[in-house]
Design a protein around this ligand. Structure first.
Ligand SMILES: Cc1cc2nc3c(=O)[nH]c(=O)nc-3n(C[C@H](O)[C@H](O)[C@H](O)COP(=O)(O)OP(=O)(O)OC[C@H]3O[C@@H](n4cnc5c(N)ncnc54)[C@H](O)[C@@H]3O)c2cc1C
Length: 381
């Protein structure tokens, strides 16, 4: 057993911590207030290699191992939780396209994505329900050398800033999860309309709904085999779920450290409030829980790196860690007193932003179903 990071991983993490503190954190609140997507900061993140973490070097990426990717998202989330959705999306796309897309698609999309020039969205959820992810109604019908897509996708991160979506559509109406295919669909294709949401948090990465009306997609834009997209997408979720855990932990650890600084400085009854165990103990407890959670994420990524099963472990990362982080953030807000409730400190924004990850990529209930299936067996759950 070896819990140490390599020298290279430690160097990458420390340079990203400096980057997050100097280039991301000072602008985190501004993007929330304007609700606009910051292309300038995006380019700086691309310059740090954050959108090509798992993209093969041959396509302009860093080709890092999963553990290094975890360190990168954890550190970046200390500066700007919301822009980490870009890291998540590009990790998802890098993993899925890197393994399953044609050479042409990889060339056209992975390199510009890693360079921050093109943004990819993941379009799985539909209006009738996201938890029952295999119940996809968007249709893709083959006509000669192309497919025609019709349907609606909802809750798509980075939809309004994005250039294309990895769209999951039904190619076999009677086959459930075994009748779903994935397509690379440029958002400027005729027949696509997009509509933004007004979200409580993560405002600058603007989620939205996409409507597909007779959208023609060349057959070579299919990712992986026809009717075979569902398995690969679930395997990719096992990776991004661990990243999400670390993204939430990065933002929450940062808040915990800000709270420690605040509690050392703030006085009440003639002494720093940190002298009260009512203040220091919740911080100590959350630090303990976050530390346990953090190592669980790295173990999950280590299992993936070793090609060992990690389905339930990834579901723990996604299903439980955002809840732990929400509890920690709420206590941090209380420890800031009334200032915590203002927009003068980032804690209220982190509470709103991290809340989105209670739901995205599988709710706590869905993740518990995944864990229970492993513990009890599929036939007993
Ligand atoms: C910030 C954010 C970003 C997102 N980004 C994307 C994206 O980029 N691409 C994308 O495709 N989707 C995205 N999503 C959508 C997300 O994946 C879905 O919202 C999620 O899977 C839940 O689906 P739903 O919202 O339709 O809820 P539903 O499936 O309708 O579920 C509603 C409630 O019922 C519960 N429930 C459902 N079935 C069961 C069951 N069998 N047992 C117990 N409880 C159950 C759920 O846990 C939930 O609490 C994002 C969501 C958010 C909030």
């Amino acid at each position: 057993m070896d819990f140490s990071f390599t020298e290279e991983q430690t160097l990458i993490a420390s340079s990203l911590r400096e980057f997050a503190s100097a280039e991301l954190l000072p602008h985190y609140a501004r993007h929330d207030r304007t609700g606009t997507f910051p292309r300038d900061v995006w380019q700086k993140m691309a310059g740090m290699g954050l959108f090509g973490l798992r993209v093969p070097e041959a396509y302009g990426g860093q080709e890092f191992d999963c553990i290094t990717a975890g360190l990168a998202i954890e550190e970046a989330a200390r500066g700007d939780f919301n822009l980490c959705y870009g890291i998540l999306n590009s990790s998802f796309a890098g993993d899925l396209l890197g393994r399953h897309a044609s050479e042409a698609i990889r060339n056209d999309w992975l390199r510009p994505m890693a360079a921050g020039e093109r943004i990819l969205s993941v379009c799985l959820t539909e209006p009738q329900g996201g938890s029952d992810a295999a119940n996809i109604r968007t249709r893709a019908e083959r006509r000669g050398d192309h497919y025609v897509l019709n349907g609606e996708k909802s809750s798509i991160t980075l939809l309004m800033a994005g250039d294309a979506g990895i769209v999951f559509a039904r190619t076999d109406p009677g086959a459930g999860a075994k009748g779903v295919s994935a397509f690379l669909v440029p958002f400027d294709s005729p027949g696509i309309a997009r509509q933004p949401y007004q979200d409580m948090g993560a405002k600058c990465i603007v989620r939205g709904s996409m409507f597909l009306n007779d959208v023609v997609v060349p057959a070579e834009n299919m990712i992986g085999p026809e009717n075979g997209a569902f398995g690969p997408v679930m395997q990719t979720f096992e990776y991004t779920r661990a990243l999400i855990g670390l993204m939430c932990i990065g933002a929450t650890m940062q808040t915990l450290e800000e709270t420690i600084a605040y509690a050392r400085d703030r006085t009440a009854f003639g002494q720093p409030i940190s002298k009260n165990q009512g203040v220091s103990f919740p911080v100590a407890e959350w630090w303990g829980r976050l530390t346990m959670a953090r190592w669980h994420c790295y173990r999950t990524l280590w299992l993936r790196h070793q090609n060992l099963p990690h389905n339930a472990e990834a579901a723990v990362c996604k299903g439980m860690i955002p809840e732990i982080c929400m509890g920690a953030l709420q206590d941090c807000l209380i420890l800031h007193g009334h200032y915590g409730y203002t927009q003068d400190f980032p804690v209220e924004q982190r509470l709103r932003d991290v809340a989105g990850q209670l739901i995205a990529d599988g709710t706590p209930q869905i993740c518990k179903i995944v864990i229970a299936r492993q513990l009890f067996g599929r036939e007993s759950t």
